[in-house]
Structure formats: C-alpha cells, structure tokens
Design a protein around this ligand. Structure first.
Ligand code: GDP
Length: 529
C-alpha cells in the first residue's frame, strides 16, 4: 500500500460528552464492530466514580486506566480508526482540550433525557472554534427522554451548531420502536433481544408504501412520515462539504448500551469523516501528504511505576512517514533524536512499530526531553500551534517542606508541569512559585507524586487569584504598559514558557485594570495572535 492510500485509510477522532452520557459504552461497541475486543466490559471507564473514595487515589486509579485507553485503534471496512481518549470529567478538561488538537473529527454524545450538559458545551465550543467536523449521537433512546425535535433545537441553541438529522427515532423509551435511517433509507427495528444480537436493517424504498404500516403500525407510520416531512422542511439536507468545514453537524439517534444504531453511526462515520487534515504551524500550513515527517506532542504520560521514571510522549503524526531509528529534529531543543522502540496503540495492547502514517499516534519513551506542544520534524524549523493553556480555577503557593530536597522538588515540579498536570507561575516580585489547577484534587495528586516519584515534600499556602490572564508583549512598550508593569508588579508572574501573566485577584480588579490600561492586551488563553 502506498503512502497516499495509507493516509486515505485513516480516521482519527475523539468522543466528547458530559460524564455518564455513554462515551465508554459507545467506545466499547465501536471496538466490538472492529473485532478489536471480544466482549462487552473490556473497556474500563476512566471516569471518577461518583461517591467512591473521592480523594486523590481515585485520580491515581484513573491515571492508571487512562494509560491503557489513551488511544484505541481498530480496523473497520478497511479503514484504520484511531479513537483518542478525552476524559469527560471537568478536572481533566485541559487534558481533553489538548487531545482535541490531535483529532481530525469528533463524535458528540448526548443523553436523550439530560440534553446538552455543561461539559458538552465547553468541549463543543473548543471544537467549533477550530472548525472540527462533528457528528452528534443522541444516546439512550431506550429510555424516556426529551422530544427529538426539542433536543435538536437545544443542540442548535446551546451548542451553536447547525444540525442535519441523518436518522430519526420511532417512539422513545417504553414505546421505542426503532430508528429510521435517513442516510441509508432503511429501518432498524428495536426488539427485546436487541441486546443479544445486532438487528438487521429493513430497507424501505418508499416511505409512503403500506409496507411501513406493516412494520411499525399505522400510528407510528403516520407519525414517522410527518416527522420526516417536517425534517425536510426545517433542516438543510446533509452536505458533506459543510460537515467537513465544521458548519453543519449530522445527527444520529440510538442506544449505545443496546448496541442499537451504533453500526449505522459507524458506517456513516467511515464514509464521511475526514482523513488526516492539514495542520497549521506558526510558519505555514502543513498538508498530511507531504513527504517529510512532522508531528507534535499532545500528551505525556508518566510511568505508573515510580521506580522507572520514564514517560511516554504521545505524538500525532501530521505528515510523512514516521520511522523507527530514524533521526528527527526536536525543534525546541534543536536536538536530533532517534527512537528505537516507538509504540503503536491497539485496542488491548501497545506494540513496537517500524512505521506510522499521518493520523496515527506514536508513543515515544522519554526521559525528560519532551513537553506538551513540542514539534518533531526531519530538520525544518516548524512549530505547531494550538495547544493553549487556559486560566486555572485554583491557585496555591507551593513551598518546599524538606530543605535537603530542594533539587528533587524543582525537578519534580518541572516534570509534572511538562506532563500538563497543572500550571506553574513564578511571581515576578519574589520568585515564589504558584501552582494553578483545574480541580482542587490535583494538589493532593501533585503532593503524592512529588513524594513517591521524586522523594520531595511540599506544602501549600492559599493564594487568592480570580483569573490568570496572559499579557501580550509590546515590542516598544508604551508608557501605559510600563506603568501597568510597575503598578501591578505584585500580581505579575511568568508561566512555564516565560510568558507574562497577570494574576487578577478579583473580577472587579480585572475590570478596573482593563479600564485603566486599555492598551495592555489581556488574553484568557496562552495562545493569541
Ligand atoms: P461515560 O461517562 O460517558 O463514559 O458513560 P458510560 O458509557 O460509562 O455510561 C454511563 C451509564 O449510562 C452506564 O451505566 C451505562 O450503562 C448507561 N448507558 C450507556 N448507554 C446507554 C443506553 O443506550 N441506554 C441506557 N439505558 N443506558 C445507557
């Protein structure tokens, strides 16, 4: 198979949802279709169990599982499908945002009863901003839920999407009869045994034929015809170009738990989902079919065994063929690196591979060379964009609790920040270190890992910050800018990349600062043009 065919074969995507909408269940059913796993229950949920020991050990447990579920690959209809894991829990939102820089499309799972939930909104917004193609899967149709039209309205309003239904439910909950597949023009009937085996579809040439009455009864047949007519009148027909451009989102209905409507979703997905897309670097746009290998690190995982401090850096191949033992340029360090045992990921294992293609993820063993966002090339000075940091929610000073272990502490903090566990800010005034996290539990995780992996001890101290804002540098600082730097010195810090950050202590002071220094540009993410 040649290089172009390899690219054409690949579909790399993520499933995003609010916790409990059914992401794990859907992933599992997709893997079953791919023959990648043999039975249900093989994919472990990596979410934080509600009510379980909701302390940091739970996060550690989660971390263990997420090593195994980071990338799940399988083959279906001759396509190689890579599912990248995107944790739904909000404490891992940054992790998910970063992973979304490595997907070529997403499937959004929505619970038919709960509708659009908070995390779905946040994650979809990130995808929308990047024009990532999205398919919406409305799940749990075997349960009572919201009216399908109301739900599509909600998806349009709350998520800012433009939907085009490609399937539509017949009844719901107790009365759930099945699904009409608009994309393939057939009917899938929901039967009691659906759980045990996958139903065959029944093709319907003409929705107006009396055949429909025979299948689903007069009342439902009538209703379905009306619904389809309404759909035709209200929603635009499916337009693949619009889907690929991120301006239209097809919708499917089904029940992941019953494996109902999942095959239809998958069949359509392999048909329409994008092959590896080109990606913007600071210097230029890089197309997947360029010969030279380029890729970037979007995730770093520490070894779960504290005795081996090596890490796995996850690299998305953007262009070219990645080869084992070939030297590549680590652009940030200006260093040439070779990898003797790059890992490829499959559903239940990882294996050393000789070659990877655009769309694939390779896992590289690392002893501290990589940071999230790093670029690898065959020599070109290229910097991939799009792995921004957002303002953390919590901020605390970190203090050294064992003066003999200052070095270990510094190294530990450094490496944990490289992994993206939290963000480090160093105060301009006195060099004190502040750790910012999305969830409060992360502080316990950091403390625990510093002690067990680096032999260092730390304590925390409260540091009230409302929001971290990145300050745009000025080539020729105006007087106003200089005054801002002077007056706000106490609230200024550098982030890990050396960018200047203003740590506003309240919404009010942020507003006052913006009013007083209108030419000082404050940004809510670390990446801006
Ligand atoms: P995740 O948090 O999004 O990964 O959600 P899970 O896949 O773990 O599912 C959350 C819960 O919803 C589990 O108890 C599933 O068994 C259940 N669930 C998933 N899909 C369906 C479905 O189609 N119907 C029903 N009734 N329950 C479902």
């Amino acid at each position: 198979m040649n290089f172009k065919q390899e690219i054409q074969k690949r579909r790399t995507f993520g499933i995003i949802s609010h916790p409990d909408a059914g992401k794990t269940t859907l992933t599992e059913k997709l893997l079953l279709f791919g023959g990648a796993i043999q039975e249900a229950g093989a994919v472990k949920s990596n979410k934080i169990k509600k009510g379980a020991t909701s302390d940091f050990m739970e996060i550690e447990r989660q971390r263990g599982i997420s090593v195994a579920t980071s990338v799940l690959a399988f083959y279906y209809k001759d396509k190689k499908i890579n599912i990248l894991d995107t944790p739904g829990h909000k404490d891992f939102a940054e992790d998910t945002f970063r992973t979304l820089t490595a997907v070529d499309s997403v499937i959004v799972v929505i619970d038919v009863a709960k509708g659009v939930e908070e995390q779905t909104e946040k994650l979809v917004e990130v995808c929308r901003m990047r024009n990532i193609p999205m398919i919406v899967f409305i799940n749990k149709l075997d349960r009572e839920g919201k009216d399908a039209f109301d739900l599509m309205d909600e998806v349009e309003q709350k998520l800012g999407l433009q939907v085009s239904p490609l399937s539509f439910p017949i009844g719901m909950g107790y009365d759930f009869k099945g699904i009409y597949n608009i994309y393939e023009q057939n009917i899938l009937l929901f039967q009691g045994e659906s759980k045990q085996h996958i139903e065959d579809t029944i093709s319907i040439e003409d929705i107006n034929s009396p055949e429909l009455e025979e299948l689903i009864g007069e009342k439902d047949a009538q209703e379905l015809r009306e619904h389809l007519e309404l759909i035709e009148g209200v929603y635009p027909p499916f337009d693949r170009e619009a889907y690929l451009a991120g301006t239209q989102q097809p919708v499917f209905f089904g029940s992941a738990l019953n494996n109902f409507g999942v095959r239809e979703l998958l069949n359509c997905f392999v048909d329409i989902a994008p092959t590896p897309r080109s990606k913007k670097a600071e210097e230029r746009l890089v197309a997947a079919d360029e010969k030279q290998m380029t890729g970037f690190v979007f995730k770093i995982h520490a070894n779960m065994d504290p005795k081996h401090r090596d890490r796995l850096a996850f690299v998305k191949i953007v262009s070219g063929t990645f080869e084992r033992n070939k030297p590549y340029l680590h652009v940030r360090l200006g260093k040439s690196l070779k990898f003797s045992s790059p890992n490829a990921f499959f559903a239940e294992k990882k294996a050393i591979i000789d070659q990877s293609f655009p769309g694939d993820i390779v896992g590289l063993h690392d002893t501290g060379n990589f940071k999230i966002g790093d670029t690898l090339t065959e020599g070109e000075e290229l910097h991939y964009k799009g792995i921004p940091s957002f303002s953390p929610e919590h901020f605390r000073y970190i203090n050294n609790a064992d003066p003999m272990k200052a070095k270990q502490l510094a190294k530990g903090i450094d490496q944990l920040m490289d992994e993206g566990v939290a963000q480090l800010f160093t105060l301009e005034l006195n060099g004190r270190k502040v750790i910012g996290t999305v969830g409060a539990l992360q502080y316990e995780v950091i403390q625990y890992r510093l002690e067990h992996e680096y032999g260092a001890k730390c304590t925390y101290e409260n540091f009230p910050v409302y929001k971290a804002c990145w300050v745009a540098p000025q080539a020729q600082p105006t007087e106003e800018y200089q005054e801002f730097l002077r007056v706000k010195q106490k609230f200024l810090a550098k982030d890990k990349r050396g960018q200047l950050v203003f740590l506003a202590d309240s919404a009010f002071s942020l507003q006052m600062t913006q009013q007083k220094y209108p030419t000082v540009q404050l940004h809510f993410t670390s990446e801006f043009d």
